[in-house]
Design a protein around this ligand. Sequence first.
Ligand code: FEO
Length: 393
Amino acid sequence: MHKRQVKEKVYWMGAVDWDRRLFDSLIPLPDGTTYNAYLIEGSEKTALLDTVDPPMVDVLMAHLENTSRIDFIISHHAEQDHSGSIGTVVERFPEAKVVVTPRAKTMLMDLLPIPQDKFITVADGESLSLGDKTLTFIHTPWVHWPETMVSYLAEDKILFSCDFFGSHIASSDLYVFDQGRVYEAAKRYFAEIMMPFRSVIEKNLEKLKPYDIQMIAPSHGQIYQEPAWIVEAYQDWVSNPPHNLVTFPFVSMHGSTRKMVDHLVHSLARQGVRVELFNLAVTDMGKLAISLVDAGTIVLGVPTVLAGPHPLAAYCAFLANALRPKAQHLSIVGSYGWGGKTVEILAGMIPNLKVEVLEPVLCKGVPTDQDLAALDRLADSIAQKHREKAFHK
Ligand code: FEO
């Protein structure tokens, strides 16, 4: 893929990673990803905005083959998929200064062998003139690390947002083509790396309101030519109350927990509560993370193994605790053989979740009629709480 013009003297300089299927050795990328860098050629100065993941640095350097000078490398975010090739760019363009937030300077000095005098730090709201083009830097912590910022190019009304509003989709499209597909990918991305920082992200969205943003150019995925919908989606994810939805991850070994799960799903549906069910033995954890963005209640279906929770359920609890979804209730259902401390162990694994714990339903072996009746009571309780709190949709 060659460099591509976005606006007059503004170019996409990215790399498309069609094959990548995992990020941070954790996050599934079913559709690959892109690492977007951008070049702005002002009448007096030239700026490169971010770089690419180091394994794809040759793609970026090929884009830069006919570039004679770079005055500034704007580094919005210290994570290596955007900053990791700065060293190579600096070697080729030794005149370039690296423009960062003060926090990013210390982080980049820890991560990359870049000398201290190569950095210029910028304050929140500070502008940098490239001649006939002007970049304004807006500090936006926690999208996705504490040092992150975005840039606004006033003359072209473009927001360069780095991870903020990004989506992991490898594509030959420069611009968003299929909004529905990008919505899901962007929600997956938000869920996996930004959901824990909702309150800060809400403030960041507020900070963007004074700017007339007609295009958002993220560092993953495609460029938004109509950015209003993705900003509204973020507003929903961070600010709105949860939905009338139970996110229900489960694992079953011999079918007893599965019987309980199926009964509870049926009972909840009868009460008008939506359920998204995830069998942890086969599920894409990214899909589960997407569901957690909206969940009003989480129910974990878990059999007891060796006196504790099945390890897949423990992994799920650990992940949910890290992602800190806005769910307000949680319960546990499952079957055991002779005893154990499944509920106590799981309860100790979720200190970050601000949830009311609803009476768990555990049964010995195959669920009896009494156990199924207890599940019906749990469904009643969930439905009533969702109604009382007027969770939407
Ligand atoms: Fe795309 Fe947080 O890096």
